[in-house]
Design a protein around this ligand. Sequence first.
Ligand code: UT7
Length: 330
Amino acid sequence: MTKIHAAITGVGGYVPDYILTNKELETMVDTNDEWITSRTGIKERRILKGEGLGTSYMGTEAVKELLRKTNTDPKTIDLIIFATVTPDMPFPATANLVADQVGAVNAFSYDISAACSGFIYALTTGAKFIESGTYKKVIVIGGDKMSSIINYKDRTTCIIFGDGAGAVLLEPTTEEIGIMDSLHKSDGSGANYLHMKAGGSRIPATHASIDAQQHYVYQEGSAVFKFAVTNMADISAQVMERNNLKGEDIAWLVPHQANKRIIDATANRMGITDSKVMMNIEKYGNTTAGTIPLLLWDYEKKLKKGDNLILAAFGGGFTWGAIYVKWAYN
Ligand code: UT7
């Protein structure tokens, strides 16, 4: 029987208009442009302003663009998966809200929570529904409104994160293109280093939890950094090895945008030169589940059919993974 692959057949994206620069952050916390640029590679990030606008707003805009670009009738969408840790509400799922907003009336939809690895977890999950022959059109979205859970008085986190969302369409093909392989891991003991203490069932929102500033991202940056460098590089190397890929076979590394130094270390370990590393951290910062689809969105014009891509991420959980994609269109 001919194997069905899940091909990415289009990309959409959305970033808010408001630009929070390093200069502006200098007026908010004790930091400076030189420190932020040299330690992270970030120059500016986007912030979603506007009463009542949540992550679903950005996801909806990304999907609308995706549907327009691929000339897809929303009624033909079978499934929407939204990777996010900043859902509009604990329930319903943000994917449900997006499906309603874009008119995907025949789709079922749900969210995936895997922090910065959310998009690649969701991409693998969506691909399985295509590869099994169950569905023909699956939309995978990654996006976060990180500004909703960041303490803009904490200089160790507020300089890193930004808001944004990207979306891809998955469709079946019998050509040797699409999602070729994936490998994912998680380790819940990593929760100690990166989490949000309150707002869940363990510590619901109370006056005390707000006074204690527990509704913000808590990160032990240098510990997370060490885990990220090792694990993102290891898992990418594993995926390359088991597909007999060398650095020179890779057209693009598509790495989660957390810190330029983590990205450089990963690329170095994989034998991939800088010119083949997708990078937009300087303008969007770390948009958590949004980084990888926003890279594909920014670089779409440079991609050619048959290009070998390695998508790699590491994040809260801990969660991490890598996906080998053969690009499907010019
Ligand atoms: O995407 C999800 C996963 N997250 C990550 O992958 C993030 C991984 N971690 C990182 O990217 C880095 O650890 C950070 C960018 C968060 C921090 O960079 P670092 O090089 O690890 O700095 P550090 O935490 O070791 O701090 C070094 C110094 C400290 O001062 P002292 O104790 O040496 O006097 C900090 O207080 O830099 C200070 N510092 C700052 N200085 C100016 C921390 N934040 C700032 C700041 N501006 N914004």
